[in-house]
Each structure stands twice: as structure tokens, then as C-alpha cells.
Write a protein that binds this ligand. Structure first.
Ligand SMILES: *Cc1c(COP(=O)(O)O)cnc(C)c1O
Length: 431
């Protein structure tokens, strides 16, 4: 399909499936598996601190990780609802239940704050890397960190992650929230002493304002969701962890048994970091796809046109208004776009209505509660067998469809208050 046809599809707000014809499987980035492993080692050093600061992580040794589960009941429900058979097996990666902040942002966001704290502590001669990192939980460290501010722009979940870990370590935290951010997230942050600045504009503006304000103060560290390699590497560690989980479950990943992964995408950092990590680990045997709302297909547009952060969905007349608040991003990360442009298999869009339909199907079949953004990946295993371009991709790669293991990445939901959950379910029930 040519680009014009796809852009016309996007403009009409139809669900669109796009296959990346620039895929080459070799990575055009200076980062490598070495950097991912270094990030994993840093998280390991911090596990002694995480365990004491967040006791709910003790049973997992202070490692922030989520389960991989098989969801046969959901698979049946989707097949019935869409009238499309899903060949192969269907799994859910439960980042909705990640400890500390209940979303995928608990990977990258927390990692970047920990790295900043470690660098600072070493620089001030408070720490050497062989120490027991539970020292980060002492007054001495908190007093040091209280002189510094961490700032971030967010649609909600990144702010939540940075706010929770930052304030726990003793930092001052400022979160610049876009108009989409949910009130309960702002309330929760304020209850932890975080300063929340609200904007009437969308995510890109909130980030811009935050970045500008942070520049004025030498003791403010800005977590730059659009450009940060540290954040990106924090996310990428998921791939090493997933490799172990697959091995434990005796799920093979090789030429005959390909892995198809579907990741909800906002600005691109979380799915990009994870996709990059997966390619570093599984090479051509993994195929990853990004999922975006029909009203916010920013990464798809950036990749398709090659314009990355230089194009916004507004430029083609799309409004970026969606109930998937975590994905409400009009302009993608240029950094992530240029990293994934020759390793990503494709992108697709999903309507808000279908996000809610999947929300109800998942609740009714598996009793799992997700926030709307987190359901975007579920359309992937349907479209991969029904869209023309996906079928061609499968043929071209000589894939035996019965051997595919599909992983839908669930990106948030466990912190959503009961009342909000009920509202989501009600919306879905009326469709
Ligand atoms: C942030 C977020 C994403 C996407 O991550 P990006 O780094 O913005 O692409 C997906 N799902 C949820 C629930 C999120 O909060």
C-alpha cells in the first residue's frame, strides 16, 4: 500500500494497519546489548534499596517485574467477537501490575531517577558501587537529594512513576501534566508532596514548558521523555527479563517459532525501548508492532513519512483527542523514530470504542482490569490475520502461523481507583 493511501486512511480515522517496508533488522544506533545489560546491573544494585523502600517488592527480591500469562479465555472471546481465528498462542505481559506505580513507566521512569541518584551520590562521595544500596533509604541520602529537583512532562503515568520514586528518595519533584491527565493521578501525586503543574494543552506542550522551566535552575534534572536514552535503556531491560520468563515456560523463540509482540505507543519511549531490547535479544525471530489510537497515530505518521518529530497528527487534521490518555501524543519522539525505523515490523491504529470493547472482554473472560490505553495491543493478533498487508508480511517471511506466540503488552491499570474502573466498564457495556 502506498503512503498516500495510508494517510488517507488515517485521516478518515479508520483503523489502519501499516507494514514497515524499511525493515532490515540491523540497528542503527550506538546503543547495544552491552548497555542493556549495564542497565540491568544497575537495577540489580538498587534491589536492596527497592526492597526496603517498597516492601511489596520483597517477594521478588526488589526487582520490578511483571508476569507473563497465557490467556486462552480471552483468545476465545476475541475470536468470537471479531469472527477471526487467532492462530498460535496468546499471552499477556502484565505491566499493568508492575509494582510501585502500576504501569509500564515503572520500568524506564524509575530507572532514570535511580541512575540520577546514583550518579549524584557517587559524585558527592556518598557511595561506591559495592555498598549495600539500602543506604539510599537513610536520612543522610535524603538530605542530599532534598537540595535537588526532578522535573518531568507527562500525560499521567510517567509523572506518577517519577513522582513516587523521586519523593521516596527525598527529591523535590515537579510534574508538568497535560490536559489529558486524570484527576486521581494528580491527587495522588500531591498527597506525596509532588508539585503538579497543570496545562490546558496537550502532552507535547507540557513537555516543552517543563523542559524550558527546568533549564533555568541548575539543580533541576529534567527527565526528557522525548529524547532520553537513559529512560529508553530502562525500558529495554524488559527484554532480558522476558527471555528468562519464556525459557522458564519452555516457550521457544527461533525461526520456526516466531514471537509477535504488540505494544501500545504514545511518544514511543516505552515500546521503543522494549522493541529495541527484544531485537537485541531475539534478532529476526521477533516481530514487534506499535498500537496507537485512531485519533493519535503520531508514531505511525512519523515513521511512514520519515519526518518523525517534525510532523504532528494535527498537520493532517487529526485532533489527538482520545480516551486512551496514556497514548494521547500528537508528535512522536524523533530519537525513538530513528532507532526503530529499520527494526519495527509495523504499526496499527485502534478506535476508542474497540479499546473499551477489549476492556470488557478481558474483564469478563480473565477478570483483569486494564486502563483504556493498555488494551491497544489486542487488535494486533486480529489484524495480523485479517489485513492484507499483514498477510503479505507473513507470507514473505515464510511464517507458519500455527507456531506464532503472540504477546500483547498490557501497560497500565492496577492503580486505577475502583470508581474509575467501574466507569470504564460502564462505558464499555453501553457500546
Ligand atoms: C506511557 C504509556 C504508554 C506508551 O509509552 P510511551 O513511552 O509514551 O510510548 C502505553 N500505555 C500506558 C498505559 C502508558 O501510560
Amino acid at each position: 500500500m502506498n503512503n498516500e493511501k495510508i494517510i488517507k486512511d488515517l485521516k478518515s480515522l479508520n483503523e489502519t494497519f501499516w507494514i514497515n517496508d524499511k525493515i532490515q533488522n540491523n540497528q542503527n544506533i550506538e546503543l547495544s546489548i552491552k548497555d542493556i545489560k549495564e542497565a540491568e546491573r544497575r537495577l540489580k544494585r538498587f534491589s536492596d534499596y527497592i526492597k526496603v523502600a517498597f516492601p511489596e517488592t520483597e517477594k521478588n527480591g526488589g526487582i520490578i517485574e511483571s508476569d507473563l500469562i497465557k490467556i486462552d479465555l480471552m483468545k476465545k472471546s476475541i475470536e468470537k467477537f471479531t469472527d477471526q481465528e487467532i492462530y498460535g498462542e496468546l499471552y499477556l505481559k502484565c505491566d499493568n501490575a508492575l509494582p510501585i506505580s502500576g504501569s509500564i513507566k515503572a520500568r524506564g521512569g524509575i530507572y532514570e531517577v535511580l541512575k540520577f541518584a546514583e550518579d549524584l551520590a557517587i559524585d558527592k562521595n556518598f557511595l561506591d558501587k559495592n555498598m549495600d544500596y539500602s543506604v539510599f533509604n537513610t536520612e543522610k541520602f535524603k538530605k542530599l537529594f532534598s537540595k535537588y529537583t526532578i522535573a518531568v512532562g507527562s500525560t499521567g503515568n510517567l509523572g506518577l512513576s517519577i513522582g513516587i520514586i523521586g519523593s521516596k528518595l527525598g527529591f523535590k519533584v515537579v510534574v508538568h501534566m497535560s490536559a489529558d491527565a486524570k484527576k486521581w493521578k494528580k491527587d495522588l501525586l500531591r498527597s506525596k508532596g509532588v508539585k503538579v503543574k497543570e496545562y490546558k494543552s496537550d502532552y507535547s506542550k507540557a513537555v516543552e514548558k517543563g523542559r524550558k522551566e527546568a533549564k533555568k535552575d541548575k539543580k533541576t534534572y529534567f527527565v526528557d521523555d522525548e529524547n532520553s536514552k537513559t529512560l529508553f535503556l530502562g525500558y529495554s531491560v524488559a527484554a532480558l527479563r522476558l527471555k528468562r520468563q519464556l525459557k522458564e515456560k519452555k516457550i521457544k523463540v527461533d525461526k520456526e517459532n516466531p514471537l509477535f509482540v504488540y505494544l501500545p505507543c504514545g511518544v514511543g519511549g516505552a515500546p521503543g525501548g522494549i522493541g529495541f531490547g527484544l531485537k537485541s535479544v531475539f534478532k529476526e525471530n521477533v516481530h514487534f508492532f506499535f498500537a496507537e489510537p485512531t485519533h493519535s497515530p503520531s508514531m505511525l505518521l512519523g515513521l511512514l513519512t520519515g519526518k518523525h518529530e517534525k510532523i504532528s497528527v494535527n498537520d493532517i487534521g487529526i485532533n489527538n483527542i482520545t480516551k486512551a490518555d496514556g497514548l494521547a501524543v500528537s508528535r512522536p519522539s524523533g530519537f525513538v523514530g530513528s532507532v526503530v525505523e529499520n527494526i519495527i515490523s509495523g504499526c496499527f491504529t485502534i478506535s476508542d470504542e474497540n479499546l473499551f470493547r477489549f476492556l470488557k472482554l478481558l474483564k469478563d473472560s480473565e477478570n483483569i482490569d486494564l486502563e483504556p490505553s493498555a488494551l491497544a495491543g489486542f487488535l494486533g493478533p486480529v489484524k495480523i490475520f485479517s489485513s492484507k498487508s499483514a498477510k503479505e508480511y507473513i507470507e514473505k517471511n515464510l511464517i507458519d502461523i500455527s507456531k506464532i506466540n503472540h504477546i500483547v503488552w498490557a501497560t497500565g491499570g492496577s492503580m486505577v481507583p475502583k470508581k474509575e474502573r467501574k466507569k470504564y466498564y460502564q462505558i464499555a457495556s453501553k457500546l
